[in-house]
Design a protein around this ligand. Sequence first.
Ligand code: GUN
Length: 299
Amino acid sequence: MAQRIDGKIVAAEITAKTAAAAAELKRETGVTAGLAVVLVGEDPASQVYVASKSRTAKECGFHSLQYTLDATTAERDVLHQIAELNSDPLVHGILVQLPLPAHIDAGKVIQAISPDKDVDGFHHINVGRLGAGDIKSAFVPCTPAGSMILIERVRGRDLSGLNAVVVGRSNIVGKPMANLLLAANATVTIAHSKTKDLPAVCRNADILVAAVGRPEMIRGDWVKPGATVIDVGINRVAAPEKGEGKTRLVGDVAFAEAEAMAGAITPVPGGVGPMTIAMLMANTLVSAARAAGREPPRF
Ligand code: GUN
């Protein structure tokens, strides 16, 4: 039976380390790390995420700002808000919660964020730095950065000789995840919906990262015995066994089956999910340390 990788515990460690580093930065330089979160509209899931990000920022001792803009806000007004935050010296991290309303070009908004404050790691400058293997200067997107820390806890920092398979090729998870694994010397395959014989490709993985957004798609017999399985998926499915109209969260991996094969596996919920917010805090602290001319801690 696989070791369960507890993301809640690791995320709490990262958040505590961030809070300690933020206190030290403030003591030594007078700089308080600042995070601004921008939410446009009233998407309920986004409201929950944003509230959680703001709360954790306060727990870390950050200057935490939240801008909630009406769903009908014009794109130019969102861009104006970003421009103000870009030039605000008290703000070190800017996050625009996605998705944005359909009348706003999300790409344009994200590329308007200063690369030096892009704690989501979505600006093309940071995408390019990560792609070039310059991880030290890049802001790395939070979900793959958190997944990588969980992998390190099991496999160490050097993945030489190991095969890693990332299922999913999104810009937010799949592609940056593959670049992180490559930078750690893994031999990396990116698989996706057009991949031939996906089960066979997965069976080759010493490290298997599932980021497809399809509930329990990856079955137990796709998992190589002893593999490290990282499940990025968070899917809400019907749970009639809990009562009428009830739901539960499942990952992209059929957990019970995969747990019987894997060496280590992340649960859903409680695996990768908690790491995402923790890494947002870590990225913000790194940004503040850089702005103060200090060497940031390594997470
Ligand atoms: N919406 C869902 N996940 C994310 C994320 O990681 N960053 C942003 N900005 N929005 C999101």
